[in-house]
Design a protein around this ligand. Structure first.
Ligand code: PLP
Length: 371
């Protein structure tokens, strides 16, 4: 990733001012750096079970057509998603990861100088891409690690065009309820589009979590979801957005024609049919909430209640040294200073074996009292 000092002086001023996004450290980097054979990555909220087997099988057949451009309209996948969601295909957009839909929403709805409201801290891409679009980013602090929708509504001005809500939130793992979100949407002027980023939708066990797809006719709402997390396809880059057709057409107008590659389209269709894999993924997350979370608490750590496939864990003022010590032992977790949550680390749920290794290393590190 570029740092400010790397960026060519001829680049736009907003681009030169960007801080850049630091992704989770890849396994191969840690293996090479610390000469380790076995490294586990619990850092990027990926699926611990690997990719959906049905998606893998579908991919094998699809590679013979790689000389062809992909379907620019993602017709089969959009129809499949529409059926799955009980909406029309005209209400669905597909992106190169759900990240792309966030960028398209900015491109379609935000002029330079307009305001975009985000929580602080939250998913870093919102502010980064809003700044790149030349928007003014208005940050509203979380309240006890939850979105403060009341305060976000008060931050709306005549210049506000877009509001990003990560629901559930990353990195906190918390969520806003149906009642909270509905009241918030009812209180907004009609000039504002709200993005409900639901990358962890499939993991949420809470009954009072909103079913936002049912609201796309009522509110100017763009619901985004991902194949990267619950379906295990992060490497293929595919996600989707659901909104009223006029909003989908605005996104379509500003996207590149072949934004979603053909393998991603085929794999996503197959993954949607892989109910057994989704159920296993959900069971694994439920088991981690029941087993890993109490085990972390027994180590004396505060764990923020999560409805996702990861947890934010308060380890104290030496959190970045703890993350570092874990890294040197071959366990990659996410250190949180980029989010201005310096006392915390974020841990993605893994397999039971990965949890045992994480807990053993954590115990050793915490006992050793590393500086
Ligand atoms: C992982 C994540 C995404 C990105 O998903 P992709 O579909 O891989 O682009 C979006 N939003 C949040 C909050 C995430 O954590």
């Amino acid at each position: 990733m570029a740092t400010t000092t790397d960026i060519d002086p001829r680049a736009r001023a907003v681009v030169r001012a960007l801080e850049g996004y630091r992704p989770g450290t890849p396994i191969e980097d840690v293996q090479r750096r610390f000469k380790l054979r076995s490294v586990i990555k619990l850092a990027s909220n990926e699926n611990a079970l690997g990719p959906s087997p049905k998606a893998l099988a579908a991919l094998r057949g699809a590679s013979a057509s790689l000389h062809r451009y992909p379907d620019a309209t993602c017709r089969l996948l959009r129809e499949r998603l529409a059926k799955h969601l009980a909406v029309t295909p005209e209400s669905v957009a597909v992106g190169n990861g759900s990240d792309e839909l966030l960028v398209l929403a900015l491109r379609a709805f935000v002029e330079p100088g307009n305001e975009v409201i985000v929580a602080d801290p939250t998913f870093l891409i919102y502010a980064l891409q809003a700044k790149a679009a030349g928007a003014k980013v208005v940050s509203v602090p979380l309240n006890e690690l939850r979105y403060d929708l009341e305060a976000m509504r008060r931050a709306v001005t005549a210049r506000t065009r877009l509001i990003f809500i990560a629901n559930p939130d990353n990195p906190t793992g918390t969520y806003v309820t149906a009642r909270e979100l509905e009241r918030f949407l009812e209180g907004l002027p009609s000039t504002v589009v709200v993005v409900s980023d639901e990358a962890y939708y499939e993991f949420v066990p809470a009954r009072n979590y909103p079913q936002t797809v049912r609201w796309i006719g009522r509110f100017p709402l763009l619901v985004t979801r991902s194949f990267s997390k619950a379906y295990g396809l992060a490497g293929l880059r595919v996600g989707y957005g659901v909104a009223r057709p006029s909003i989908i057409r605005a996104l379509d107008a500003v996207r590149e024609p072949f934004n979603v590659n053909s393998l991603a389209q085929v794999a996503a269709c197959a993954a949607l049919d892989d109910r057994a894999f989704l159920a296993r993924t959900q069971r694994l997350a439920a088991a981690a909430r029941r087993q890993l979370v109490p085990a972390l608490e027994r180590l004396g750590l505060r764990v923020v209640p999560s409805v996702t496939n990861f947890v934010l864990v308060e380890v104290g003022s030496n959190a970045s040294s703890v993350a570092d010590a874990l890294l040197r032992r071959g366990v990659i977790v996410r250190e949180m200073s980029a989010w201005k949550l310096p006392g915390f680390i974020r841990i993605t749920f893994g397999t039971p074996a990965e949890h045992r290794r994480l807990l053993a290393e954590l115990k050793r590190i915490l006992k050793g009292g590393i500086a």
